[in-house]
Design a protein around this ligand. Sequence first.
Ligand code: AMP
Ligand code: ZN
Length: 140
Amino acid sequence: MTKHLTENCIFCKIIRGEIPSHKVAETEKSYCFLDINPLSEGHCLVIPKYHAEYFHLVPDEYLADILPLARKVALASGLADGQYNLLQNNGPMAHQQVFHVHFHIIPKPNPEQGLKVGWPMQKVEQNDLKATLDRIKEKL
Ligand code: AMP
Ligand code: ZN
């Protein structure tokens, strides 16, 4: 699977074993390891063994492999009745820092640990929702 990796990407290097990582699990198409600066204990990253900057650039067969692995790790890394965030950032404005697609699995053991989410909801008119719907559906 190394033919889909690039030379200078830090996560490609981790997959190839050129940079050390705390490996949690791997499949033929995916690799999971501990985040080096965790938001909570058990914070993991699951990545495709395919170098792509963004989620929408990953081929279906890699996406099909990665979520079942993410679920296994979420069950294993969280607490018994665990709550967690499964998070995936695309682009600097969306807080992406490493440009090899990765899913964060961030256990939320209590209100203080894990991801702090600001969720700035906006009020919109029905007409605006309809216009949005039309815009998206036109491109699907
Ligand atoms: P993002 O902001 O979604 O791009 O997150 C990148 C994540 O990669 C951060 O949570 C970092 O702590 C993590 N990270 C960066 N370098 C490494 C590394 N060498 N090993 C493990 N995690 C890393
Ligand atoms: Zn890469």
